[in-house]
Write a protein that binds this ligand. Structure first.
Ligand code: SF4
Ligand code: SF4
Length: 399
């Protein structure tokens, strides 16, 4: 494992961090974590040298923090930097700060959090942080020893990012960044801005919710033609580790194979290690993906559950996969995946969210939760036109 300096903190952190929002799940549930499998995987990652673990209140409907609390027993807690977040959409008043933090300490079975983040700050949530005096609450918790350092994760635009960065002496920031998303969210400029201020920068969504792990045929052809043989995942991760501004790359790893491959990749990584030819390959891949991905959903599931039972990320994944597959048989199979979701109000199972896009009733409840600012009801209408009514993609996109 390679280790990097954590901004202005006196830490050596593993270049690869364990993101605990995509743990193995229990059978017949969409989001609840499988405790035994998850504990085994997390400990396996730590045994391979990962010392940075990231979780949050809502991950796996609260199971992620509980599972992590179990995984970190028997001496594992002392081997890692543990990071969790104050889930801003649920914070209504200043007193909520203590309620959430104390519950999270209990779930995590620990006395302290190494870094406590404001979760998914955007312009609106940042105003709430200021209005409720939540930075004072963070500092109070820090003085009491319940948290050690303060940071924020971010989903908004560059001007908002700069404003938040300039507002406080943060220890770290967590941003969405990958070779497709260099010009949206915090952007490359924001990444450099935080780094110049000595703030550690942790990367989330390095594979854009798995999209970069499943390349379309044109992207695969570019990878195969390169003299450098890498998996699609490794191309995406090495792009990030190559940059001096990146401290930790988080990966949500749901199997031992993923952990082994990503740890091996981290071991090979290095700042400035990619050649000009490799950087050119990545630029070509980004261009291909930008032409193919129709809805920039990262499958974070913050928009779920939908009261109508629509499986929002699944509908968008099916559409993007149809767009990315050049093979007619595979496209047909993807469409079959859409038919397996139900369009019947009588048959929809809201617990399991097995509904297709046609069930959306435009209540708009999901809109405020989407960090990618996707116009979810509008996009679902297009999904159903394309997948349910077999209209051509070009009629709704690319025109
Ligand atoms: S707008 Fe549609 S998809 Fe979003 S929560 Fe409402 S019914 Fe569900
Ligand atoms: S639609 Fe938005 S909130 Fe829902 S899973 Fe996709 S990116 Fe996440």
């Amino acid at each position: 494992m390679q280790y990097r300096k954590m901004g202005s903190l006196d830490w050596n952190v593993s270049a690869l961090g364990f993101g605990c929002m995509r743990l193995p799940t229990r059978r017949f549930t969409l989001m609840r974590a499988d405790t035994a499998k998850s504990v085994r995987l997390i400990r396996h990652g730590i045994d391979l040298g990962i010392n940075y673990l990231d979780t949050a209140w809502p991950y796996h409907m609260g199971d992620s923090e509980k599972v992590l609390g179990l995984a970190l027993q028997n001496g594992y807690r002392e081997r890692v930097h543990l990071v969790t977040k104050l889930f801003m959409p649920l914070v209504r008043k200043t007193e909520d700060f203590d309620r959430f933090l104390n519950t999270q300490l209990e779930r995590l079975r620990t006395d302290y959090i190494d870094i406590y983040l404001f979760h998914a700050l955007n312009a609106g949530e940042f105003e709430k942080v200021k209005r409720l005096g939540l930075i004072d609450e963070m500092e109070r918790a820090q003085q009491q020893g319940r948290i050690r350092h303060i940071g924020f994760s971010f989903h908004d635009t560059l001007p908002v990012f700069r404003e938040i960065i300039d507002f406080y002496n943060w220890d770290m920031t967590q941003i969405q960044y990958n070779y497709m998303d260099t010009a949206i969210q915090a952007t490359t400029e924001g990444l450099a801005y935080a780094h110049a201020k000595g703030i550690a920068t942790v990367i989330m969504e390095p594979l854009k919710g798995g999209v970069l792990a499943n390349p379309p045929a044109e992207a695969l052809a570019v990878m195969n033609a390169s003299a450098h043989k890498r998996t699609p995942v490794d191309w995406a991760l090495q792009f990030l580790w190559n940059r001096p501004e990146v401290t930790v790359v988080l990966s949500g790893m749901g199997s031992q194979r993923m952990i082994d491959e990503n740890c091996a990749g981290a071991e090979r990584s290095g700042i400035g290690s990619l050649s000009a030819e490799e950087e050119k390959v990545i630029a070509e891949l980004a261009e291909i993906y930008r032409r193919k991905v129709l809805v920039p959903c990262t499958a974070c599931r913050y928009c779920m559950p939908c009261p109508a039972g629509v499986n929002i990320p699944q509908n968008f994944a099916i559409l993007n996969n149809v767009s990315m597959d050049s093979n007619i048989l595979m496209r047909w199979m993807r469409r079959w995946g859409y038919r397996k979701l139900t369009g019947s109000k009588a048959r929809v199972n809201k617990e399991k969210a097995n509904g297709n896009a046609s069930l959306c009733v435009r209540c708009n409840q999901c809109l405020k939760h989407c960090p990618q600012e996707i116009a979810i009801p509008d996009e679902l209408e297009k999904v159903h036109a394309i997948m349910g009514k077999w209209q051509h993609v070009d009629r709704h996109y690319r025109s």
